[in-house]
Design a protein around this ligand. Structure first.
Ligand code: DX5
Ligand code: ZN
Length: 222
């Protein structure tokens, strides 16, 4: 099993405390910063954007994990200034040209991930297996923090891991996003997930300091 890694969801940070939170993430050895980009069309919400990505890159060396919940990402990838080593997820449902979009991310120096909504079957991976470094499984329908996990998602994680392994892609990462709570995280880990997006149900859970929540999430996915 791959080493587990944490990616806090940056849309959940209290912006007034951004620099303190970044120092805390560095001290805790956080592996990626999960940045949700929403365009009000692919999902019914607007969140972070290109300037925020620039801000993060100039204030920390933790690599970004860009999650593009936008229509036609193929036309917009160049706006993001993708850096070597950053993950970039695009949704299978967001463009008719998904293979080209994944290949573009690789050309720009990023690590391409294919993001799948809860109801999107894993067979859409069939002809893009050479084009991806990871699969981002949405465990809620994308758009908002604070939702409940779709109950059959642990089964989908298990099936995705088995599918990738049976296609000789043991190296492909599985990231999970949405209601990765302290309880669900353990179940997701057992099913084969290895990158965990921490939002309001874990890293930003109210009432406990972020550092304590990180330690608790790490223990759950060890
Ligand atoms: C959207 C986001 C949310 C969220 C995750 O893609 O990444 O899913 O912030 O955290 P929860 O569901 O715990 O609020
Ligand atoms: Zn996300």
């Amino acid at each position: 099993m791959k080493t587990s890694q944490l990616a806090p969801s940056m849309m959940c940070v209290d912006f007034a405390e951004m620099t303190d939170v970044l120092r805390c993430f560095e001290a805790q050895g956080i592996e990626y910063l999960h940045v949700d980009i929403m365009d009000g069309e692919f999902v019914s919400n607007f969140t972070l954007g290109t300037d925020f990505c620039k801000y993060l890159r100039s204030h920390t060396s933790i690599p970004l994990d860009l999650h593009l919940m936008i229509n036609r990402p193929d036309n917009k990838l160049s706006w993001f200034g993708i850096r070597e080593g950053e993950f970039v997820s695009v949704h299978w449902e967001s463009t008719p040209h998904i293979q080209r979009t994944l290949a573009m991310i690789r050309d720009l120096g990023g690590k391409p991930m294919l993001a799948l909504n809860p109801a999107t079957p894993i067979e859409v991976l069939d002809y893009v297996l050479d084009d991806i470094d990871g699969v981002l499984l949405m465990t809620v329908n994308p758009g908002f923090a604070g939702q409940k996990m779709v109950p059959c998602m642990p089964e989908k994680i298990r099936n995705t891991r088995a599918y990738l392994d049976s296609h000789s892609r043991e190296d492909v990462r599985i990231e999970v996003d949405g209601n990765v709570s302290f309880i669900h995280a353990g179940e997701m880990r057992a099913a084969g997930a290895d990158i965990f997006v921490g939002g309001t149900s874990s890293i930003f859970a109210k009432g406990t300091p972020i550092a304590e929540n990180i330690a608790k999430l790490r223990a759950a996915v060890r």
